[in-house]
Every structure is written in structure tokens, then in C-alpha cells.
Design a binder for this molecule. Structure first.
Ligand code: CO
Length: 151
């Protein structure tokens, strides 16, 4: 089921999200809905607070594949990249943001099983952007210049 993507100004986007403690049917339904919503919006990632649910769950859809990260935590961040970013909760805008070029995270999947993953380049950028959402941070807080997107 498609969910509404909240826009900047919604208080839930500024909340620090709570860890997921129950890996149940409700979580699966949320993740399935988030995937459908992300595909429809043609985005690279979506965090649960963006659909009004303040829990630590994000999805990322990049060249490397489709990923669900529950309770993700950085193990390390290395290097630096500087590039354009946008957000489905800040429609019509884009900005340039400095991010690490390579990150390692630990996370759980929807069954509660624990994994780790190393990502680089755009994949690393997408992870950083989505994990920021879980702490109420938007890329516009970090961007040098925010402009109207060319689409
Ligand atoms: Co975003």
C-alpha cells in the first residue's frame, strides 16, 4: 500500500527515532509499503519517519541492489565525497553535501538477523542520508547551497 511521504515541516521528520524491538508482521507491512512508495516516487532511499513512523528502519535502492536496514549503526566512515543530493521530503530541491566516500554499517534485516555491510560512493551517500533521517537530520541542514531541482 502506498504511504504518504511527509514533507519538511512535519514534526516527525525532526524526531530521534526509536530502535525497532519487534520484528513482526507490522514491520514487514511497513517495509513492503515503503518499498512500493519508494518505487512510485522513483527515489534512492526512504526512511520510516518519512512515512510518519519514527522507528529506526530505512530502505535503499541503488545500483548494488535493494536493501532494508533495521537499527543500522555506523562501524566506521572513511574518505570524503562531495556531490548533489535530494530528498523525497524536500520536493523540488537539490543541494551539494559532503559525505564519507566509504562506510561500514551493522544492521538487522526484517527477521531480526544481524549483518554488516561496506558501501562506497553513491551507495555510501544514500546510507548516510537515510541514517541521518533516523536522528531527525535532513540533508538541507548540511548542504552548502540548496537550489531548485532541474526536473
Ligand atoms: Co531524504
Amino acid at each position: 500500500m502506498l504511504r504518504e511521504i511527509l514533507q519538511v515541516g512535519s514534526p516527525v521528520l525532526r524526531q530521534k527515532c526509536a530502535p525497532v524491538t519487534r520484528f513482526d508482521g507490522e514491520l514487514c507491512e511497513l517495509l513492503d509499503d515503503m518499498r512500493e512508495t519508494l518505487e512510485k516516487a522513483d527515489g534512492a532511499g526512504l526512511a520510516a519517519p518519512q512515512v510518519g513512523v519514527p522507528i529506526r528502519a530505512v530502505i535503499v535502492s541503488v545500483e548494488e541492489g535493494f536493501f532494508e536496514f533495521i537499527n543500522p549503526v555506523f562501524v566506521w566512515q572513511k574518505g570524503e565525497q562531495y556531490g548533489a543530493e535530494g530528498c523525497l521530503s524536500v520536493r523540488g530541491k537539490a543541494g551539494k553535501v559532503r559525505r564519507p566516500s566509504k562506510v561500514k554499517i551493522v544492521f538487522r534485516d526484517r527477521n531480526g538477523d544481524k549483518y554488516s555491510l561496506v558501501a562506497r560512493d553513491f551507495f555510501a551517500r544514500a546510507i548516510c542520508h537515510e541514517l541521518d533521517h533516523l536522528d531527525g537530520i535532513l540533508y538541507t541542514d548540511k548542504a552548502d547551497e540548496i537550489r531548485d531541482a532541474e526536473d
